[in-house]
Design a protein around this ligand. Sequence first.
Ligand code: V47
Length: 377
Amino acid sequence: MMPTLQAIRAKVETGERLSFDDGLFLYEPTTPLHELGELANRVRERINGNVGYYNINTHLNPTNVCVYRCTFCAFRSDLRDPKGYTMSDEQILERGREAVDNGCTELHIVGGLHHQKPYDWYVHIVRILHDAYPDLHLKAWTGVEINWFEYQTKKTVREILQDLLDAGLGSMPGGGAEIFHPEVRDQICEHKADPTKWLNIHRTAHELGLKTNCTMLYGHVENAYHRIDHLIRLRELQDETGGFQTFIPLAFHPENTGLSHIKKPSAIMDLRTMAISRLLLDNIPHMKAYWIMLGIGTAQTALSYGADDLDGTVRHELIYHDAGATTPEMLSVEDIRRLIEEAGREPVERDTVYRRVERDPTDPSRWSIGDALPIGA
Ligand code: V47
């Protein structure tokens, strides 16, 4: 039967799962965005109530030197390019110190796959940071890095993740998923971890008790079919493991990339993708409107189109800013709370695994974990 908005609305009301064809129908420009948004908002409020989450975090990209040449990436560098950098232990620890002094609960660590840096360097980064700052949650290395470590060491994914857990890994970010469908993946990141590998790495992480995130990079050479295929592959793994906590739709930024002729996606496309993701990914608790890439206005609006989380205050973001993001390099806690309140939501600071963070009112850089969050956690 051909999907209709009426039939989809009935499914959403009764909690019935949406199909591949429903997803394609919702991507049609003739499907009114405000009606789609209203449906996604209903699901968002069912799962997360009126809460708008944020966290206080810092990014660390230890190197931009990368063996891969993904056409969408403006951040990477060749080994001998003057743009290339690799941080020393001192610089890495300094970034951890800065994070702690600024009251961050999380360090988000990803980078290039350096031609000359062995696996042990990547494990060492996690270990020295964890030893120095044991309360700082280390969300580190994507499925793509883990796949590179497999190639470098010939160890199994389980052994690699166990080494990283022993070193102090807290969870894994959702990057590197891009678009799974080979018609697209072969064009934008031919040699990178294929979908089976990426999904299997997350499956193994979940089996070991690690929470992970997942992403989708949209607005480049893919079409609605590829996007829905991507979402459904994530939904299927989540049915098996339940280990994904947040989905982050990532809007493509073309500047300084091999795809600079493509226009970046519109706010309509951003909101449509957020809403469809909320509706299709009925088993993933959180949807993140990553303000760095959506822009502040669209991210704030997305809080009524399915999203329940704005990500963090974010210091030292490079991947999007190298690709032309015009958002500020960071937001203050007051800014982020005001954005959430203005959207009619209740701002709640969370840690990486969605526990409520309590701040010492006399010294906000000091914090503790409060009660488990009532909904969606
Ligand atoms: O995998 C790279 C994307 C990702 C561009 O887990 C680009 O909490 C747009 O995954 N335009 C890395 N996107 C970032 C990421 C992430 C971000 C925030 C939170 C979390 C989380 C994860 O960035 C890459 C790729 O998909 N990316 N270049 C670009 N030019």
